[in-house]
Design a protein around this ligand. Structure first.
Ligand SMILES: [Zn+2]
Length: 271
């Protein structure tokens, strides 16, 4: 059961390099895969998860002492990285009959190291908290923002491409890596549409995007223009099929970015 992948994993699980930890955004099936967890549970690494998600992991055989459960704005350290759980606007649940709806927390993550900072949005719609995330934990050298699996009816649980670019700007991102697109067939939009719309919106906004091919590597700071590795397919523009989360029109307004408070760059104690 479940949606099909558009392409096979570029790397087998056992071929991954040594891991320092595993970070989970929420308990939806496309983010928390039972067979994968079972195959990784003997690795001697911490699993860093939002509140409640640890119960799934314990039931699946992970020892309690390797699970770090965090609420929004709580942090933990793994080696020299400070990992902070950040708010997101989404939902959770795995039960077919929705009996566990929103029983566990969903989140994004900020990874702040000695020289670089990375922000991962998790699954989320547009939210005021992006400004606070940028003020408290940014600016970020790289953002991984969810950009696919959208439609007008899901606008309060997913960003869609145009809002994803704005989210990158609100958290003070330097380079954006669009994620959560082109892997599973989860929505009705064409599979290349998210990245086409991201590139169009990013060009208008003056945002730098990196998009390595699956399994490829990229150096965000020195990467050049995105070279499409996906096929050319028809796609609907943001104007033709808009995705606008409710109650956050002010975040998309032209003057929003110029009103962001200036913040110190890379001077806090953990940078
Ligand atoms: Zn989700």
């Amino acid at each position: 059961m479940g949606p099909e992948r558009f392409f096979a994993p570029p790397l087998a699980l056992e071929d991954l390099p040594d891991l320092d930890g595993v970070i989970i955004s929420h308990d939806h099936y496309d983010h928390l895969d039972y067979p994968t967890v079972r195959r990784m549970r003997d690795l001697d690494v911490p699993w860093i998860v939002p509140l409640g998600v640890g119960a799934h992991l314990e039931r699946w055989g992970l020892p309690r002492e390797r699970i770090v459960e965090l609420d929004w704005w709580e942090s933990t350290r793994v080696k020299d990285l400070t990992i902070t759980c950040t708010p997101a606007r989404h939902f959770s649940g795995r039960a077919v009959l929705f009996t566990d709806q929103n029983a566990t927390l969903w989140a994004g993550w900020a990874l702040n190291g000695p020289t670089h900072r990375v922000f991962y949005s998790g699954d989320t719609a547009m939210q005021d908290e992006f400004i606070e995330i940028g003020e408290k934990l940014g600016p970020f050298d790289l953002t991984l923002i969810e950009s696919g699996a959208y439609n007008a009816l899901w606008a309060d649980v997913h960003l869609g491409p145009e809002q994803a670019v704005r989210a990158h700007q609100l958290v003070r991102g330097r380079v954006m890596l669009p994620v959560h697109w082109g892997l599973f067939n989860l929505a009705l939009h064409g599979w290349t549409e998210p990245i086409e719309r991201i590139l169009a919106a990013a060009k208008l906004a003056g945002v730098k995007v990196v998009m390595p091919p699956p399994g490829g590597t990229v150096e965000p700071e020195t990467a050049g223009e995105v070279t499409p590795w996906w096929p050319t397919r028809p796609w609907e523009t943001g104007a033709a099929a808009p995705v606008q989360s409710s109650a956050v029109d002010h975040l998309m307004a032209d003057e929003t970015l110029s009103k962001l408070k200036p913040i110190n760059t890379h001077e806090s104690t953990d940078s």
